[in-house]
Design a protein around this ligand. Sequence first.
Ligand code: GRF
Length: 196
Amino acid sequence: HRIAVFASGSGSNAEQLIRYFKEQAPDVGEVALIVCNKPDAYVLERAKKWNVPFLLIDRELLYERTEELIAMLKQHDIGFIVLAGFLWLIPPRLIEAYPQRIVNIHPALLPHYGGKGMYGMHVHRAVVANKEKESGITIHYVNEHYDAGQHIFQARLPVKEGTTPEQLAEQIHALEHKYYPKVVEELLRALPFSSA
Ligand code: GRF
């Protein structure tokens, strides 16, 4: 299965996915394309380092010329989409083109601390401010609303007293890196074996 990772930030999860499928599960999948909406995002350096082609998109291509974007994904023979730090809402037409084949990771235990504007450090600051005893990660299918699709997997960690949002972010990132590639692998294994 050929995977497109949509990422517009640092891309540490994207890189874990690239590495995992190259080294641990090459018979199951391959990150064949990085899709990014920020020309200066660090994920593009990672894509170059691993020789993975990337596609820079803008709002117009995503929302007004969605069919063209879908055609580009099909040209690359993409059968599965993994969001990893991609903050724009996925339009309905793209979801229809990849039914149950688009997943996202969120750095908290949804349905808590999700929704528009709840991403990255905003999440961890809110968790710490509310003195939550635990946080974690949620991997879920993507629908047309932010962080609202069916849950696939959660992992939890205790938030010890005195933990800073920055420390929590680091712990959550480690959890994401540990589980995201494996969960994607399981999903791909359950699909019929054809790419698109
Ligand atoms: C991750 O924390 C993920 O949960 C969120 O965006 C962040 C991306 O981090 N949706 P990175 O770019 O993979 O380092």
